[in-house]
Unconditional design. Structure first.
Length: 450
């Protein structure tokens, strides 16, 4: 897709100059986000990759500033932009950190808009002006954060910070209204539920081989059955994240052990004479309807510590899945998971597999698994998805296992100095996919709305 330099011209009125490659001229509608206006279109052979808009047209369209943009044509209307809204919560009154601790992430994301083309902004529920059909959005520019009132966007990327916020009635109603009344497509609109994802993937023949045996809700009888078969099982919150609330149960020498993280954040290992005793002491007060039971996998290890892998996949500017990052996560001492907040450390695949041949083979297998699972999930899910973070393990027989799929993957792996370049790649691809979705909605909306 071509990217054009948009210039806003102070003299002249009601005119837009396009390169001669754009086959429109005369009185035509031009649209930016949800707003359109009629103006005079002039085709100019003197322009190459530039579009010039007179100031009055820019003001009617609420174009905030000159930028690099895309040009889409549909029948007799010219669409410029696109306008990409990133929906979130947790705004502050600070002009330097308007979204609190996450301001740095959003600044990095928005700073890539020039590479991709279009206007990207962050907004929350209280920034929507329903009566005017506009949004007061936060843009990140050379001088820092700026607020501009713009039309409703062409597409929305959901970056609400947690499930609790996402499930609030107000946010659900806003999402439904923008989707159904304004026909604005959303992507990554929901957090994933582990049990729902397992059930969906179980229905896909290409995904089943990667799925550990899983049941819900966990019962003491099912746990014993799993322990008899696998010697270790995990009990996980179906809507958990960051490895919180996970219990590892191990059966060994007629005793039962439970590894977990206590309320003080310390890793604990307790021994019990029976499973009933363990269950009564640690799990009896838990609402098991909110948990899943999962087969324990004997993972490969580095220096005696278990390893699994985080693989990010993103859709690109053509709507095609690609692997954007792979990292190894090594469990902390005595930890029930490999999560960083639980004492885990991040390594590159090269550091885990120093032999070149093994490194290449394992990387290819992890990439193939992540891309296969991305396509399977997309086929099964009733929503648009542009990025997924997978936690995949390799057992001691070199089989691959999916532990978790995340629609809003954490970014702690990118703190590793050799993975920083992939931090930028994942954000660029998110914006590229937003541009792709915008074009599809303009030129072939029936494909997205059916």
């Amino acid at each position: 897709m071509n990217i054009y330099a948009l210039t806003i011209q102070n003299h002249g009125e009601n005119t837009v100059w396009l390169p001669s490659t754009a086959p429109l001229s005369g009185q035509t509608d031009i649209a930016f986000g949800s707003v359109s206006t009629s103006c005079q279109i002039v085709s100019s052979s003197a322009l190459n990759n530039e579009i010039i808009v007179t100031k009055d047209v820019a003001e009617r369209l609420r174009i905030p500033f000159a930028n690099r943009i895309h040009l889409f044509l549909d029948e007799d209307t010219i669409y410029i932009g696109p306008l990409i809204g990133i929906f979130t919560a947790g705004f502050t009154k600070s002009s330097i950190r308007p979204i609190g601790k996450r301001s740095f992430f959003f600044a990095k994301l928005l700073s890539n808009e020039k590479k991709v083309g279009g206007f990207a902004f962050v907004f929350g529920a209280h920034h929507i002006h329903w009566d005017k059909g506009t949004v007061t959005g936060y843009f990140y520019t050379k001088t820092g954060w700026e607020q501009h009132e713009i039309p409703f966007p062409n597409v929305i990327y959901n970056r609400l910070p947690n499930r609790r916020t996402e499930n609030e009635t107000m946010f659900q109603e806003i999402k439904q209204k923008l989707k159904t009344e304004y026909f604005i497509p959303w992507f990554n609109e929901n957090f994933f539920n582990k049990w729902d994802i397992y059930c969906l993937l179980q229905q896909h023949p290409l995904a089943r081989a990667y799925l550990p045996d899983t049941a819900s809700p966990p019962t003491i009888e099912a746990a014993q059955q799993f322990l008899d078969e696998y010697q270790q099982v995990y009990i996980k919150p179906a809507n958990g994240s960051l490895g919180l609330g996970i219990y590892q149960l191990i059966q060994r020498n007629n005793s039962y052990y439970c590894r977990f993280r206590d309320h003080q954040g310390c890793n604990r290992l307790q021994k019990f004479p029976t499973l009933s005793d363990l269950w009564g002491k640690l799990l009896a007060d838990k609402n098991m309807e909110l948990y899943i039971l999962q087969q324990g996998i004997p993972l490969i290890e580095v220096n005696g510590r278990k390893v699994d892998f985080r693989i990010h996949t993103n859709k690109d500017e053509h709507g095609i899945w690609q692997v954007s990052a792979i990292a190894a996560k090594i469990a902390g001492k005595g930890s029930v998971t490999t999560h960083i907040n639980n004492g885990g450390i991040v390594k590159t695949v090269e550091e885990v597999f120093p032999k070149k041949e093994e490194q290449t083979k394992m990387t290819e297998r992890l990439q193939h698994a992540a891309l296969t699972l991305s396509r399977c999930l997309e086929e099964q899910l009733d929503m648009m998805i542009g990025e997924i973070g997978f936690d995949i393990g390799i057992d001691q027989q070199n089989n691959l296992w999916l532990f978790e799929a995340n629609s809003k993957p954490g970014r702690s792996i990118f703190k590793h100095p050799k993975l920083k370049q992939y931090d930028e790649l994942t954000t660029v691809l998110s914006l590229e996919y937003a541009v792709y979705l915008s074009k599809q909605m303009i030129t072939a909306p029936e494909a997205l709305l059916t």
